[in-house]
Design a protein around this ligand. Structure first.
Ligand SMILES: [Zn+2]
Ligand SMILES: [Zn+2]
Length: 399
């Protein structure tokens, strides 16, 4: 901190915090190296810009400078093209280039500024702003961005740049967004052991909608352990979101029925008799007997009578295992998950038969408890046991 606050931009240090007393010697060493790597990145960008304009990359027959960099720099196509784009842009961003060379800006910050101020390129097909006017606005913006980058991470800096961009040319920010809307995809594939792998990309608006919904569903509960990490809770929240969508009955019908999960199960499996076969989903995937008993605790059941060779003789109507009136009474009594300490609301809960109906248990309040899916699973698959005390509290015991 040798310089007063009003010192010129280029003289201030890139990482102001590194001189703070809270940073130890290792931290300082690391931050020094980091700053050095930024300076090196700046030199890489300058050299790449020279290489690009010299045309030297044609020597090996490469079609573009990006292709040359991808091959010789062993990079992905997008990394190579991002580097070339940044290097080119830096020619028109003298202040940014200077701060970059001085180790004040990280490569991520520079990329944000370089790509976000690329006004002329994105104006194709839209009223072009006066070239000089654009240069003036960019030069003004640069000062603000470099200053902001001292305290902001690249994500926050991108917001500052986007605000500036919107002020300069609102129509471009809007088209940019629509451009991004097209890049949406969601892949869902099943592995050999039956699990699902999800991978995808959402536009700004769609991603924000999903994140807001997941955030609401993934809050840790009071009975959560640290083993239920944020990513695990997010995965559970996604399933919960889908389940509530199915349970809510607002999804479009398919084949004359509201979409639902359908499981074919033998009576002996439901009764938990030894040697009983597993249950089967519509798609042929198998489900364990205890998971099926959990689902059957609170489900719509149709009885199919077969002649022993799986030939259906009679299919009964689907009837809910928990009649609506009993569920309402249960919600009034338990008000949410009955597990001690759990605060999941009724919408997240199944009704659990303490003595399973498949084994002759009654669907009566004194044999039922409302349980969130995590706790319902504990009772079935994880073999915890539960009893209702005389005053209607649930008492649980580990296996
Ligand atoms: Zn149950
Ligand atoms: Zn619970």
């Amino acid at each position: 901190m040798e310089e007063p606050a009003e010192a010129s931009d280029s003289e201030a240090s890139g990482l102001a915090e590194k001189d703070s007393p809270e940073v130890g010697p290792l931290g300082r060493e690391y931050l020094d190296l980091l700053e050095e790597s930024w300076r090196l990145d700046a030199r890489l960008a300058t050299t790449l810009a020279k290489l690009d304009s010299s045309g030297e990359w044609r020597l090996d027959g490469s079609a573009t400078c990006q292709a040359w960099l991808r091959q010789h720099g062993r990079m992905t196509a997008s990394a190579a093209s991002s580097r070339v784009k940044t290097a080119r842009r830096l020619r028109n961003l003298p202040r940014t280039a200077e701060a970059f060379a001085a180790g004040e800006l990280s490569s991520d910050h520079v990329r944000v500024i370089a790509h976000g101020t690329d006004v002329a390129e994105s104006l194709d097909g839209i009223d072009r702003l006066d070239v000089e006017e654009v240069a003036r606005l960019v030069a003004e913006g640069e000062k603000v961005f470099i200053d902001a980058a001292r305290s902001l991470d690249p994500t926050r800096l991108r917001r500052v740049v986007t605000h500036w961009r919107h002020a300069v040319e609102p129509q471009v920010v809007i088209t940019d967004k629509t451009g991004r809307v097209c890049r949406r995809k969601l892949h869902m594939s099943q592995t050999l052991d039956g699990r699902f792998v999800i991978d995808g990309e959402l536009d700004l608006e769609g991603g924000t909608v999903l994140q807001t919904a997941l955030d609401a569903l993934m809050q840790p509960g009071p009975t959560d352990t640290p083993r239920r990490t944020a990513s695990r809770r997010r995965a559970d929240a996604l399933v919960e979101l889908a389940r509530q969508g199915l349970d809510g009955g607002r999804l479009p019908t398919a084949g004359g029925e509201k979409p639902h999960l359908s499981v074919l199960v033998y009576l002996e499996t439901l009764e938990a008799r030894t040697g009983a076969p597993a249950a089967e989903f519509d798609n042929g995937e198998l489900l364990s007997g205890e998971a099926t008993r959990r689902l059957a605790c609170d489900a719509g059941i149709s009885r199919i009578i077969t002649d022993g060779t799986s030939q259906a003789l009679d299919v009964g109507r689907r009837t809910p295992t928990i009649p609506p009136a009993i569920r309402r009474a249960l919600v009034v009594r338990d008000r949410g998950c009955a597990w001690p300490g759990c605060d999941r609301p009724p919408g997240w809960c199944d009704a659990h038969h303490l003595h399973h109906w498949a084994n002759g248990g009654d669907t009566r309040l004194d044999n039922l408890a409302l349980l969130c899916r995590a706790h319902h699973t504990k009772l079935h698959e994880h073999r915890w046991t539960a009893e209702l005390t005389d005053d209607g509290e649930l008492e649980v015991k580990p296996p």
